[in-house]
Design a protein around this ligand. Structure first.
Ligand code: 0WE
Length: 255
């Protein structure tokens, strides 16, 4: 299906479990013949990520905290020792304090704002900087966004601001890394039930409302994100960079 991914070496950051969007992308990269490496955050997630990695014949599974520069340095250096070069980086990480995803955005604390921006937006800069020297033959960097970056969505709050920063980060990175033939893009996905969504109050209502809002009258699933992700990581998209592409059954065109 994606023969052009054969032998490509990919680092996947942000798998939490089998419902993760990062995992959906990883599976389609694997189906296209890519070699995969995974990072996980925390011991609880290690128990979930290891078996998933094994199922796609990956033996590179390392802990990574995107708030820790020296930890990121050492993971990237391990990647170089194991694979030599990198072709693909998938960044699928975001966080805001639970209390900041409820009530009024105006109540966001300085610490909550900075935490969300650090983990959800700056981490892409930190990873891209470290991936650049490994992407000797060019490459593709992919991140995940959400329409709350552009329009106010109830309770998305500080995450909307972080995703706006993330999408702007994609453009500035695309400009810096373009001469090295490293492309940087975002997938903006419609709402999907994942671990990240499990913590959201009334997520079932969000899904139901979203479904009726879309032109296609149906929500998307993980495989839709995997397909667009694999496309953006493959040479099929070789002159697409700096873009945020929607996979949302058309929701973003509606007033
Ligand atoms: O970007 C996201 C969610 C990211 C996220 C989720 C959590 C839940 C648990 C970031 N931080 C946390 N922190 C936690 O403690 N999405 C696109 C999914 C999402 O999140 C929402 C949504 C949708 C959709 C939050 C409010 C309203 C809608």
């Amino acid at each position: 299906m994606h023969p052009s991914l054969k032998g490509k070496k990919a680092l996947i950051v942000g798998v939490a479990n089998e419902r993760s969007l990062a995992w959906a992308i990883a599976q389609q990269l694997h189906q296209g013949g890519a070699e995969l490496a995974f990072t996980y955050q925390g011991e609880t997630l290690e128990r979930r990520v290891r078996p998933l990695a094994e199922s796609v014949k990956s033996t590179f599974v390392e802990p990574m905290n995107v708030q820790d520069d020296s930890n990121m340095d050492s993971v990237m250096s391990k990647f170089r020792d194991r694979f030599g070069t990198m072709d693909i980086l998938v960044h699928a990480v975001a966080f805001a304090n639970r209390e900041d995803l409820d009530g009024r955005f105006v109540d966001t604390s300085r610490a909550g704002f900075l935490l969300s921006m650090d983990i959800s937006a700056y981490s892409l800069v930190a990873l891209a900087k470290r991936a650049e020297p490994l992407m000797e033959a060019g490459g593709s960097i992919l991140t995940l966004s959400y329409y709350g970056a552009h329009k106010v969505m109830p309770n998305y709050n500080v995450m909307g601001v972080s995703k706006a920063a993330l999408e702007a980060t994609v453009r500035y990175l695309a400009n810096d890394l373009g001469p090295k033939k490293i492309r940087v893009n975002a997938v903006s996905a419609g709402p999907i039930k994942t671990l990240a969504a499990a913590g959201i109050r009334n997520f079932r209502d969000i899904l139901a409302k979203s479904e009726e809002r879309t032109p296609m009258k149906e929500n998307i699933d993980q495989d839709d994100v995997g397909a667009l992700g694999a496309f953006l990581c493959s040479p099929l998209s070789k002159h697409i960079t700096g873009s945020t592409m929607y996979v949302d059954s058309g929701a973003h065109i509606m007033a």
